[in-house]
Design a protein around this ligand. Sequence first.
Ligand code: GLC
Length: 464
Amino acid sequence: MLKEIKENWRDLFATAPQTLDRVKAVDTAVTAFNVNVDAVLKISGQRLSELVKSAGMSLAELQDIRQAKLLESQDVLKGIFKCFSAGIAEEWLTEDKVIYNWMIEHLGYDRLQMGGQGGIVANVLGIIGVKKVIAHTNSHPKEQAEQFLKLDNIVSFDENGREKPSYQINRSQDTPLIHWIIEFDKGDKAVIDGQTFTCPKSNRFIATYDPLNLKLVMDQHFVAATNSIKADYVVLSGMHALTANNNGVALVEKVLPIINAWHKYGAIVHLEIASTQDIEVRKAILQKLATNCDSTGINERELIDILEVVGEEKLARQCQENCHAENLFRALLKVKEILKTPRIQLHFFGLYLTVQNKSFRITPEQNRNGMILASTIAAGKAGTGDINHKENLLWALGKDVSDVGLEELKTISDIIEDENLLKTGISQYAGFDIIAVPTILVEKPKTLVGMGDTISSISLIGAR
Ligand code: GLC
């Protein structure tokens, strides 16, 4: 049975090139707000041990963590060590230039790449062929410009408010906002004070210097320009690093009139929720922004985070214990009911799942096409390491969807008692349209950073 279903999906996925071609018909997409430079660095256990030694830190000092923040340069080493020894991912922030300079001098980096949801999505939409992508940047020196693809269809504003291709801008007075993505490998060992620590899982620690995005500083040229034109789509993110004691809730509220202005000209506004640690800010994003956007994108972790702040702790726990289709589907329907955002898309291991109002402007078939394109391109990104070149976009064309994905899809189609969902990815339930697409799995992905942003934005803008 599964074989027949797989063949069905093979035929459906064969339409990806035509869908990609249709993206050229999209006139304007806007991306906002967070754009930064990611400095990617692979750190070995040995180098970590040396850095700790030369900082003169003992094991006790290294493990003495009071706050998940970078208040002095030693905190950088505390964060790396914590994530390395537990195999976990965390992001700690600083606004202190002294720590930034310390990281430049003592850590260095292997390569620079585009960072931040806004920046990553701008490059994605540019390369898939949207006619014009207007990217917000609050800092745009040469180092930032260099992370934009050399494409004339991605534009931002120079210091005089003139629109230019983003890669050509150099606002030389701006300080580059650099986030260190410090990666480490499973099995690597660090020796501290004679004690050996083995890294249990490959992961990353992000040490972020970002005085502007942490305050949601906006380029007013961008706001004025995009609020007075008709954009087809806006992909919004970048509020997730705000904190309540840094005025975060008020900053979130400041975005609402900007969303309303985009809406006035008919844009479909999509919010990428992202992992938001501060509970007050998370609530504000949900209550003030998600409810006023047309579409949102989340992964399973973010779905659980939402459940936790809307009074659904029990469901959150169930999802945490068993993070598979059955619980996630129930959770997604619950969140849809509470937020009332017209379209919500969840992506998790093996499957993309969209629940939307029947009256929504994008049809279920269009959604499915977009999600198939997203699944294909995401696999291309994982398999080749980047989608900075057009050739890589359809790298995965012809590969089968994953068995895990089909199993998860079958679970949902059993719940709603409609085999059509399993065969075609389209059904209806609880008064909503349900669209589900299994993913193509890549055994050893060359990269994972920015995957969620890529999936959400292509699913929506490729929905044609
Ligand atoms: C976070 C990080 C940024 C990274 C992005 C990837 O926003 O701060 O550096 O590029 O996540 O999604």
